[in-house]
Design a protein around this ligand. Sequence first.
Ligand code: GLN
Length: 451
Amino acid sequence: AHLNRIDAVDEKVRAFLHVDREGALAAARSVDERRARGERLGPLAGVPLALKDIFTTKGVPTTVGSRILRGWVPPYDATVTRRLKEAGVVILGKTNMDEFAMGSSTENSAFGPTGNPWDLTRIPGGSGGGSSAALASYQAPLAIGTDTGGSIRQPAAVTGTVGVKPTYGGVSRYGMVAFSSSLDQGGPCARTVLDAALLHEVMAGHDPLDSTSIDAPVPPVVEAARRADVRGMRIGVVKEFVGQDYQAGVKERFTEAVELLRELGAEVLEISCPSFTYALPAYYLIAPSEASSNLARFDAMRYGLRVGDDGTHSAEEVTALTREAGFGPEVKRRIMLGTYALSSGYYDAYYGQAQKVRTVVTRDFAAAFEQVDVLVSPTTPTTAFPIGERVDDPMAMYLADLFTIPANLAGNAAMSVPCGLAREDGLPVGLQIIAPTMADDRLYRVGGAVE
Ligand code: GLN
């Protein structure tokens, strides 16, 4: 049924870069066989899923939305991919994304933009716009994204779906193509909070193949989602975000969601996190710095595209020609920014300074979580903007992640859950919930109550 739905609508939505029809049908059949043999399977066995094209999939193309990986078929599965398969989840295909997860609209994909199912002329968020659009257009009930600065939560907010960035280290990064390794985190996307929790439980947990993976039990997310009870919880509204100038309809729905939480028995407090206003500039030094290093591996020798390999060019020239042709403008911008920020003489002024801001952001979170159990804010300053509106203005594009970035810098768990439609344009608004590290279950308690 889901493959038929893809056939019917994805020509318009363009959520998928690759549909693995045979693989999906074979996986579904194998679940039936395992059941027939009397094997006890988990709750997601047989449930279809859309996988962001940043996770390696053995025998199935993985592009990361980039021309530079054209023709590359990974010889191995990411840990997340492997866990999904073991749980009997049926992977329908790979979803569109901003190239190397750099963007907030999916317009930086080398393969063209994805439409927002609420209004196809608008962006579905980014970088994981393919995954969120697949959910919102009922092409898949579950999806997976990655969140370096907001790429799970912002697409969830603008498509009226649920997206969770688990605690950094909660989900294995093994086989997830690296953008900014100290910030990247894979996580579940779904149409309901409970569905997200069920997926969270399957994908999370310690992995010896990822050196930053946390060796501790997965927080009790499913139980929390089922309970969805906020009585007695202390909820902090981040003062510095409330003060920002953003879309009136977003503010209205956010204020209502906070009121609802109060009615449901939570205590609401205003909390000040003064460093959060510096989080965005710090992120745009740290993320490009790590990216400039991570993307050095795309040298035309190891993976995918190779340009100029005709016997007339040196190895260095082949590398340069391939990177020139293979990377899009935003990726090149970040490599240049990062290389500059890390160069000797500038390191202390830029990268070092940004790392100090990161420490202060982490301290602000620690102080906040002494007073409250979770923090809340709108997920994004605006609803889905029109395709094309911000493509020539990187600064305007970067602002889409103003509220989501602090949680990445500090490694906290965070969720976006739908909280209604904005009055002025009828488009979805998301509520962001942020919890301390390894307290991911609190997101599901609050998210379940708001939903
Ligand atoms: N939009 C942010 C960026 O472009 C975040 C992307 C992400 O979370 N992968 O870097």
